[in-house]
Design a protein around this ligand. Structure first.
Ligand SMILES: N[C@@H](CCC(=O)N[C@@H](CS)C(=O)NCC(=O)O)C(=O)O
Length: 205
């Protein structure tokens, strides 16, 4: 049995899905929305979250920050990553860490799930508003970094860009105050023009 990558439409698993298609890896894509209690993801990942990578030996790897490098390492020497010990590899992993911690967990999760951060429903609008301001500042850092650059690290698309693509799609839906990030708007167009991204989105429906 090949490795299996569990993904869900619209979720942060898109980045890993894109990497599988960019590298034409022999990894089966399994659509498994966590919202459906019958989804296989619930028996694969005890947290019931995507992405999850089930290896052919039964090992389950979770977390984007582990799955993205693991997938790239299945294609040794790929330009989507960089050699062990290189500064570029450190930078790529730095951006993956930033996206996971500051943008996803520290930003979107608080905007989308205020009930996890404040018990009183009356305070949820306040949590959401403050989280949006925090997220705006975190996103602005990426926008500034992208000035004069096509991609996050070096002159090429890497696994960090595959992951950033998830969030630039989400950012576009956050409201008018998030619409004016020029570099991110340009990045989104370049991301969506990639055949691997189009194939992943079509497969996810
Ligand atoms: N830290 C995890 C977060 C994974 C995560 O939150 N996935 C979401 C989709 S974007 C999910 O499966 N949510 C379902 C749930 O929490 O029940 C990662 O980066 O892989």
């Amino acid at each position: 049995m090949p490795h299996q990558l569990f993904v869900s439409p619209g979720a942060c698993s898109l980045g890993a899905h894109v990497v599988v298609r960019e590298l034409d890896l022999p990894v089966e894509i399994v659509l498994s929305p966590p919202r459906d209690p019958a989804s296989r993801i619930h028996s694969v990942n005890p947290l019931g979250r995507v992405p999850a990578l089930l290896l052919d030996d039964g090992t389950v790897i979770t977390e984007n920050s582990a799955i993205l490098p693991f997938l790239a390492d299945l294609a040794p020497g790929t330009p989507l990553f960089a050699p062990a010990g290189s500064a570029e590899r450190g930078l790529i992993q730095s951006w993956i860490g930033y996206l996971s911690a500051e943008i996803h967990a520290g930003g979107f999760r608080q905007v989308n799930r205020p009930e996890r951060y404040a018990e009183d429903p009356a305070s949820h609008d306040g949590v959401r508003a403050q989280s949006k301001r925090t997220l705006h500042a975190a996103v602005a850092h990426i926008d500034r970094h992208l000035a004069g650059r096509q991609w996050l690290v070096g002159e090429r698309f890497t696994i960090a860009d595959a992951y950033l693509g998830v969030f630039v799609r989400w950012i576009a839906r956050l409201g008018p105050e998030f619409a004016a990030f020029e570099q991110l708007n340009r990045f989104r167009e370049a991301y969506l023009a990639r055949p691997a991204v189009q194939a992943a989105l079509a497969a996810e429906g």
